[in-house]
Design a protein around this ligand. Structure first.
Ligand SMILES: *Cc1c(COP(=O)(O)O)cnc(C)c1O
Length: 405
């Protein structure tokens, strides 16, 4: 064990199973360990470093803001934040307002309070939020009520507000629940992330929207992982032409700094009055400056558009791989958010992950048997070919291992 591993175990609470890897620096699509070994980063700090590491536009934006100030407070006008909010609204709902936070979980918390205030403000005689089984919306106690993964919430106390869990894609169940239990809102991840990269069908999403409209419920979308270009459109819901009332964002928008929030239509946003909600830090002017730089690169510089070539190459290579190897049951997701669903054991999948790491490729495993890829949009065709070759090798070796049993 290295000194760092020892110190890590002695001084940091044991909430993560870490890779046996110390990252010394990162550049572009690669991270480097203490021996200067390079790893292609197909995990991007969990869908955060969407532009790769140390993108020049990000470094420039942070430098410019550093010259001005690091922190003010929400008692003053914050131009980088105002500009970012304007861009978020313009590229999503058209009109509406933003509340900024420092993380995904805080965005979920803000949404819970906002929904509650909205029911009071408009005297809506409905209460509670519908969420989907196995969804993930964060780990603070309020957000944890929305998160429907047993292993994540079972050991913790649950705040007392109504939550209704439904099975994904079951239209009849949702229709009956909205009729009988009178919930105020429904919140969904358009592509469930930590639940295993599972896309909700367009048909189901449109059904949710129509049920929400019918009962005058709020239709809320968690784009914390799927947003900011990850799935090929700025936000994933835009591919299905949905019309949500509220959108959660975080992860990729801060370009590596903590930033999140809620975008809401005016009739919802206006329910918040001074004193109803707040936070000391969000949005940090630095985070907001980076958020604006992420917009610049994705839209003005055209990275979102440009990345489609790599997206196609990666998906077509993975589809071929699925045909070759029966252990791959399905490739789910969209754009640069990909779940390779396998029929392997968790041990086998973890073994593949470890071997890929030893060969210089960083991938994630989620929902026990799904290899999750969250590559930067800057991923090149050459890098895709290298990765596919490495993954093919591992799958072949596995075949060999299985047949020799
Ligand atoms: C990561 C994630 C969250 C929580 O974000 P944190 O910043 O870790 O609190 C919430 N919802 C979704 C869909 C996520 O992927």
């Amino acid at each position: 064990m290295t000194d760092w591993q020892q110190l890590d175990q002695q001084y940091l609470m044991n909430t993560y199973q870490r890779y046996p890897l110390m990252i010394k620096r990162a550049e572009g699509n690669y991270i480097y360990d203490e021996h200067d070994q390079a790893y292609l980063d197909l995990f991007t700090g969990l869908a955060v470093n969407t532009l790769g590491h140390r993108h020049p536009r990000l470094l420039q934006a942070i430098q410019q803001q550093l010259e001005l100030y690091l922190h003010i407070s929400n008692n003053f006008l914050n131009p980088p934040a105002i500009k970012l909010a304007q861009r978020l609204v313009k590229h999503t709902l058209g009109t509406g307002k933003v509340f900024f936070t420092n993380s995904g979980a805080e965005s979920s918390e803000a949404l819970i309070k906002l929904i509650h205030k909205w029911t009071q403000f408009h005297q809506v005689d409905r209460e509670g939020i519908v969420v989907i089984k196995n969804s993930f919306h964060g780990r603070t106690l309020g957000a944890l009520r929305l998160t429907r993964q047993n292993s994540v919430y079972q050991d913790f106390p649950a705040p007392d507000f109504p939550i209704f869990e439904v099975e994904a894609e079951d239209q009849a169940e949702l229709a009956a629940l909205c009729e009988q239990s009178r919930p105020a809102a429904i919140l969904v991840e358009p592509i469930m992330g930590s639940g295993g990269v599972i896309s909700l069908s367009k048909e189901y999403l449109l059904f949710i929207q129509s049920i929400a409209q019918k009962h005058k419920m709020l239709f809320c979308i968690d784009e914390i992982q799927t947003g900011m270009g990850r799935t090929g459109t700025l936000f994933a819901y835009q591919a299905d032409q949905l019309d949500p009332d509220c959108i959660l964002f975080a992860k990729g928008i801060g370009g590596g700094l903590p930033l999140g929030g809620v975008i809401a239509k005016d009739h919802v946003a206006n329910a918040f009055k001074p004193g109803d909600h707040g936070t000391t830090f969000a949005p940090s002017p630095l985070s907001a400056a980076l958020g604006n730089a992420v917009f610049d690169v994705l839209l003005d510089d055209g990275l979102l558009e440009e990345s489609q070539r790599s997206v196609h190459a990666l998906w077509s290579a993975l589809t071929d791989l699925q045909e070759e190897f029966q252990v791959i049951s399905r490739i789910d997701g969209r754009g640069m958010m990909i779940g390779i669903h396998t029929q392997l054991s968790t041990t086998q999948v973890k073994e593949i992950q470890k071997r890929l790491l030893n060969n210089g490729f960083l991938v994630n495993v989620t929902a026990q048997t799904v290899i999750r890829l969250l590559p930067p949009l800057t991923l090149t065709i050459e890098e895709i070919n290298l990765f596919i070759k490495a993954l093919t090798n591992e799958l072949k070796q596995l075949k060999h291992l299985q047949s020799s049993k």
